[in-house]
Every structure is written in structure tokens, then in C-alpha cells.
Design a protein around this ligand. Sequence first.
Ligand SMILES: [Zn+2]
Length: 248
Amino acid sequence: MKIIPLSEGSFTVDVTKKFIPFRLSEDEMIARPQGSLLVQVQPFLVVTSKDILLLDTGLGFDHPAGGRLQLVQHLAENGFQTGDITKVLMSHLHKDHTGGMVNPAAGKPTFENATYYIQEREVAYAKERGAPSYDLSKIDPVFSGKVELLKEDAGTIDGYINYEVTGAHSKYHQVFWIRENDETIFFGADDAPQYQQMKHRFAAKYDFDGKKAMELRAKWWEQGKREQWQLLFYHDTHQPTVIPDTAA
Ligand SMILES: [Zn+2]
């Protein structure tokens, strides 16, 4: 399988949940506002023999070079059009993951041929909670397209993609394993957002259940080592993908 990280850059984010662009090379030495996190925002394209998968959809900012989504521009730079995407796998619906789901001007899904896989209970929860964590204007229009609402705590999509609801980072957050031939790609999204967090145990205050996320990371890291998973890190500023055994 081929993995293409589609980085939207680095951002600082604090309790207000605003994502402020941060230029790593120039700003690195400047103190960040206190209590803010430095994160990458990084959807992934995964090309399998059956599908062109998109894992989460970024912040939804427009590309500076012209009025289209950064995400769409990045796909084009890698030789893909919006119509090429066959499945969009959504880990959860926080706004830094849903920004590119829809074209707000058209009121339609950005990826016109894709089926969007979303956890049903996360949709209800997003509607209940709203801002600042959720942006419903980027969620509602997706239902005019093809959406498969996942209802179970765990299941299989198309025979080779497994999902599991963890309820760790957000109440109905889900993670995915994509398996083909001898390869396993693991997308833990915000339950496992950065490489360093896999190796150092800590419970994050920004998680719905920080202790559970911490335990899951330790479990996945060990299993990933044994089974040679390729891990994808949505918020890692330096290492988008890591295979544990070969990692420093
Ligand atoms: Zn996130």
C-alpha cells in the first residue's frame, strides 16, 4: 500500500481551540503562548489495490495560491483529483479533522464519488456539543452524499479495513487498521496523535478519557512492534509515519 501524508502545516492550539499557523523553521525559537500545543495537521492518502482512501480531512483552510482547499491542492500536487477518492474514513468529528469534508459553497461533499465512513454516535454527540470543538457547517452537508454510518463498537469495512470505537480522545472516537497482503497500516488519529506519545506514558487533559488513551497507546505500540504495523501520526510535526521496530 502507498501512503501519502498531506500536511497542512504546523499550528498552535490552546483552550480556545483556535488553530494558529506556526512556521516551524522561523518561529521555532520564539516562545509559544503558554499552555498551547504545537501540532501538525496531516490527513493521509492511502492507496490500496481496491481503493484510494482518505483518512480524515484536515482544517479546511483555502490554499494561499488560489481559492481551493489546501487538501484538494495537495491531492492535485500528488496527481489525484477529488473524484478519485473512493472512501473517506473519519476518526472523529473535531473541526481539525472535518475541515475538508465538504465544499461549503456548494453545500456538497468535497469527494463526490467517495463513501464517507462516520461513527453514528459521534454525529449525534457533535450536534449536541457544537462549537468550539465541532463545526457543524462542515459536517451537515456531507449527508447529501454517500455516508455509511458505523453503528457498532467494532467492525469491518469491505473485508480489509477494521475499525474500533475507543471513546478515548473523544467520546466516540474510532481508530482504523487497513490490511493488505502482509501489511498493516494503523490510523489511531487523536488517540495516538504523535510518535513521542507512543513511548512516554502520559494522560492528556485534552482527551475525553486521557487514561484510556494512554493505556491504548501502550498496547498499540507493543502490538505494533510485534506485528510490524505502520503507524500514521496525524498531529506529528516531524514523523508522519513510523514502523516501531525500525524506529530510533
Ligand atoms: Zn485533532
